[in-house]
Design a protein around this ligand. Structure first.
Ligand SMILES: C[S@@+](CC[C@H](N)C(=O)[O-])C[C@H]1O[C@@H](n2cnc3c(N)ncnc32)[C@H](O)[C@@H]1O
Length: 212
């Protein structure tokens, strides 16, 4: 049963990824991944998260499926690589990637309910190459990453603190994929150099970086 479900979703994602299926399939992919359309955190939980993990952006806003396709078309992700999504939410990015390749996907998410749902979706789809870690970005060891993906998890000074830590941990060959406001932080940091890429995503909101 799990195998049939996984194969169906893999076929759906692959057809979309290769351009055989069009944008009308994007909703079906979101539904197959089990990503909710809305998700409001109760204030008490928000306050607890800020106390526990620092000033962060705990609003869930998934990367658009079209942008995820552009990202995975633009990077050379191979089986055996380790792809980390820091602030993975419900896993739109890691589940899409896992449907395409047997690389190892590591999803780090601070909000317990999201981490639980993501782990459940990965199990349901038979994606045993997806590992979900319910924890804060500050506790992550990035040294095994080949790719680190960041869709705006932090706020203010927390961005700068995280970038310094990240630079101290990653290997020279590691590539950082950044989307939304956090891109500006990488562009301002002397620790990272921006690379050319082929992803058709607006330049102001997307960048690919290597350690400087
Ligand atoms: C904008 S959403 C992005 C979700 C997913 N990466 C995507 O692009 O579809 C940011 C996520 O980062 C998580 N987050 C924020 N701060 C975090 C932290 N310090 N540690 C781990 N996760 C964090 C939030 O809970 C939220 O689910």
């Amino acid at each position: 049963m799990i195998k049939i479900q996984a194969k169906r979703v893999e076929r759906l994602v692959r057809a979309y990824h290769e351009g055989i299926a069009g944008p009308e399939q994007e909703d079906a992919i979101v539904t197959a991944f089990g990503i909710p359309r809305t998700d409001d955190l109760p204030l008490a939980e928000l306050a607890r998260l800020h106390r526990q993990y620092g000033l962060s952006n705990y609003i869930h806003e998934a990367t658009a499926i079209e942008e995820i396709r552009e990202i995975f078309r633009a990077i050379n992700l191979a089986p055996g690589h380790c792809f980390m999504d820091i602030g993975a939410g419900y896993g739109a990015v890691v589940l899409y990637g896992a449907a395409l390749t047997r690389a190892r996907f590591c999803a780090v998410e601070a909000v317990p309910g999201r981490a639980v749902e993501l782990a459940r979706a990965a199990r349901r789809l038979g994606f045993d190459h997806v590992e979900v870690m319910e924890q804060g970005a500050g506790d992550v060891d990035h040294s095994r990453a080949d790719f680190v993906f960041l869709n705006n998890p932090f706020l203010g000074e927390e961005n700068r603190r995280y970038l310094r830590r990240l630079r101290g941990q990653i290997r020279r060959s590691c590539r950082v994929i950044a989307i939304n406001n956090i891109v500006a932080e990488f562009r301002q940091s002397p620790d990272f150099a921006e690379l050319r890429h082929s992803a058709a995503i607006a330049e102001y909101k997307f960048g690919l970086f290597a350690p400087a």
